[in-house]
Design a protein around this ligand. Structure first.
Ligand code: GRF
Length: 207
């Protein structure tokens, strides 16, 4: 009985998507994804966290959740090319199948993008192509949405290409922007639904 359970568990882990998550700061999406995997709500297993910031709170989350983390501040490599080479080789050696960017503030290099074509997924807090690209991150996105008096904003989950926030869109969630919204209130409303939306979208992609 025990051995058949073990065999079933081994079989299940063989079919689970092996994913790596890249995150630079807080890591709420990281935590949600790891927990969804553990609870069997996502057909995946988080193999590693890659983080470019040694002070990031996401590193503590990884420790608590027993997920190995790799620190990859680019300054520790001689060049972006070397950094990219390390990242792509390490992912391949770890038999990673999907890369999930969840608040990762650095550009992914061309070698990694080539090695994982249409296998790198990002979440962005606006309705791309609006409010994406260089300099459009965190609060800056919401400040720009408010300054331009947009009536809608939202979340975009998309594949990653060589240019920031330009890869093919997988799914979008629209929310209304109210007349009295501030960047803070908009950010809070988006944050409240982003973890679940990202997770549900990943679920569809992995299945
Ligand atoms: C998210 O809002 C995401 O849209 C953006 O970075 C943020 C990461 O949040 N790309 P967290 O670190 O997962 O809490």
């Amino acid at each position: 009985m025990e051995s058949s359970k073990k065999a079933q568990a081994t079989e299940k882990s063989k079919t689970r998507n092996r994913i790596a998550i890249f995150s630079s700061h807080n890591g709420s999406n990281f935590q949600k994804i790891v927990q969804a995997c553990e609870e069997g709500n996502l057909n995946a297993q988080v193999v590693k966290l890659y983080c470019n910031n040694q002070d990031a709170y996401v590193l503590e989350r990884a420790k608590d959740l027993s997920i190995p983390s790799v620190l990859i501040p680019q300054s520790q490599w001689n060049s972006f090319v070397d950094w990219d080479q390390f990242v792509s080789s390490d992912l391949i050696e770890s038999q990673v199948q999907w890369v999930v960017l969840a608040g990762f503030m650095k550009k992914i290099g061309p070698k990694t993008i080539q090695a994982f074509e249409n296998k790198i997924i990002n979440t962005h807090p606006s309705l791309l192509p609006k409010y994406g690209g260089v300099g459009m991150y965190g609060h800056k996105v919401h400040e720009a949405v408010i300054a331009n008096k947009e009536t809608q904003s939202g979340i975009t989950v998309h594949y990653v290409s060589e240019n920031f926030d330009e890869g093919p869109v997988i799914a979008q969630k629209v929310i209304e922007v109210y007349g009295d919204d501030t960047a803070n209130s908009l950010s809070e409303r988006l944050k409240a639904i982003e973890n679940d939306f990202f997770m549900q979208t990943l679920k569809q992609v992995f299945e």
